[in-house]
Design a protein around this ligand. Structure first.
Ligand code: ATP
Ligand code: MG
Length: 431
């Protein structure tokens, strides 16, 4: 399969490998004093992100690599269900927002005006843009179904932006919008998307703590489905039925809902959780105001049915940090780690440096993503604690001792003890 050649290029070949002595970011002992969230504290200390202001972060080389890996996983899964990727505008016409009534009703909407006083919106979501676009192209039942998605920054006036990259005022979201001619067709697609979402969170390393959760459907349908990951940093409270692997958001928990879902209150376990994804049945809420309609095979006109499907990429990245980190630092799942191997050369010994260099070149040649800590003037302890903070899944150490033992000391970030193995074994192990 052939997805996104650009990002593929970013992760293949020499460009993706890095000598730490050349990496412009450095680790820090302390995070900014005003940073209260664990995810941002660790990500800032490790040099993955830079805080600009509350709820606004820049992604630095290591952080961008993680974000791109998450993006690639999501893109692959969206493409598999036939999603067509677009990039929509961030500046959005006020008229579109007036048409849906959200210019005044959406409290998180950033409104900006230019020198002539002309007002516009900074996109917090893209229904007001995607529907008018599609209206230009789809009008016959033969044009359906269609699913369009975007992966781009959105802007929301979040008042509670104290959760690091979990709750940005500017943040990256994947949003998909699907268009259907019948409720049945919509429901088939929606069921497929539930599975797609489970796959995405599984591939991102949090499948085991992420639950599909019944939540409020907003003004237009009974439920929406949130994907909630258990973490103490979460702002939501959910009730989990372990056996059925589903949950209910506290917002909608009542006897009637439990009865409808066949859940027993006694069996539910309360957890704090963060919403990493949310899928919605939009019905005709956004198609109607723009008169997005189609003619059926009898020539009759109907309003199009829609669904929408969001995931916050930064939020997912921050959730992984919150949920998996230990007291030494971040722990990345292999699938989204910035590099597969953190190669450490210990000491200033010439033999060690030249052996480590050789191993680095071999790993690069074998197509393995490796961050090479070739920095001089640091103690073994300093390099180890930086490696723990950065959280790369495998740590490979070259030292006078490992050379004496004819190998490389390989240790998993999640394990206490390493073992000495050969270069070939290392390559086989991490591939
Ligand atoms: P919340 O209830 O947490 O404010 P929401 O329900 O308003 O989120 P949606 O409109 O459903 O969010 O957005 C889809 C997805 O985008 C969410 O599931 C979440 O992963 C992500 N997301 C939403 N708001 C933010 C934000 N401020 N920062 C980062 N990610 C966000
Ligand atoms: Mg939501």
């Amino acid at each position: 399969m052939n997805f996104c050649p650009l990002t593929k290029r970013l992760f293949s070949g020499k460009m993706s490998d890095m000598r730490q002595s050349k990496l412009f970011t450095k680790t820090r002992k302390e995070a900014p004093a005003d940073e209260v969230s664990k995810n941002a504290e660790l990500l800032i200390r490790a040099g993955f992100v830079h805080k600009e202001m509350a709820g606004v972060y820049s992604y630095l080389p290591l952080g961008l690599r993680v974000l791109k890996k998450i993006e690639n996983i999501i893109r692959e899964e969206m493409d598999k269900v036939g999603g067509q990727e677009v990039l929509m505008s961030t500046f959005q016409p006020k008229e579109n927002w007036e048409k849906t009534g959200r210019w005044n009703d959406l409290d998180v909407l950033y409104k900006v005006s230019d020198a002539s006083g002309h007002e516009l919106a900074l996109g917090p979501t893209h229904e007001e843009i995607v529907v008018p676009i599609l209206k230009n192209y789809i009008s016959s039942y033969k044009d359906f179904p269609v699913a369009v998605y975007q992966i781009q920054n959105k802007f929301r006036m979040e008042l509670r932006s104290k959760s690091g990259i979990l709750r940005g005022r500017e943040f990256m979201m994947k949003d998909m919008y699907s268009f259907h001619t019948s409720q049945e067709d919509f429901e088939n697609f929606y069921e497929k998307m539930k599975e797609v979402y489970k796959t995405i969170f599984k591939r991102s390393g949090v499948g085991h703590i992420t639950y599909m959760t019944f939540a409020s459907g907003g003004t237009f349908s009974k439920y929406s489905h949130e994907f909630q990951t258990i973490t103490s940093a979460g702002e939501d409270t959910i009730y989990v039925d372990e056996e059925q692997a589903i949950a209910v958001n506290k917002e909608v928990l009542d006897g009637e809902v439990l009865a409808q879902l066949g859940l027993n209150k006694e069996k539910l376990v309360e957890h704090k959780a963060i919403e990493v994804g949310n899928i919605f049945d939009l019905k005709t809420k956004y198609s109607a105001p723009f008169d997005l309609s189609f003619t059926d095979d009898k020539g009759e006109k109907h309003t199009v049915l829609m669904g929408c499907y969001g995931i916050g990429l930064g939020r997912l990245m921050g959730t992984v940090v919150e949920a998996l980190a230990d007291d030494k630092g971040i722990i990345w799942p292999e699938s989204i780690a910035p590099y597969a191997v953190h190669l450490l050369a210990l000491g200033e010994d010439e033999a060690v440096l030249s052996e480590a260099n050789k191993i680095y070149e071999s790993l690069v040649k074998a197509g393995i993503e490796v961050l090479f800590d070739d920095r001089t003037g640091l103690s073994a302890g300093e390099k180890f604690s930086d490696a723990d903070l950065l959280g790369i899944p495998f740590r490979a150490v070259v030292s006078a001792r490992s050379i004496k033992e004819n190998g490389i000391e390989l240790k998993k970030r999640t394990e206490e003890k390493g073992k000495v193995i050969t270069l070939d074994e290392l390559i086989k192990h991490v591939r």
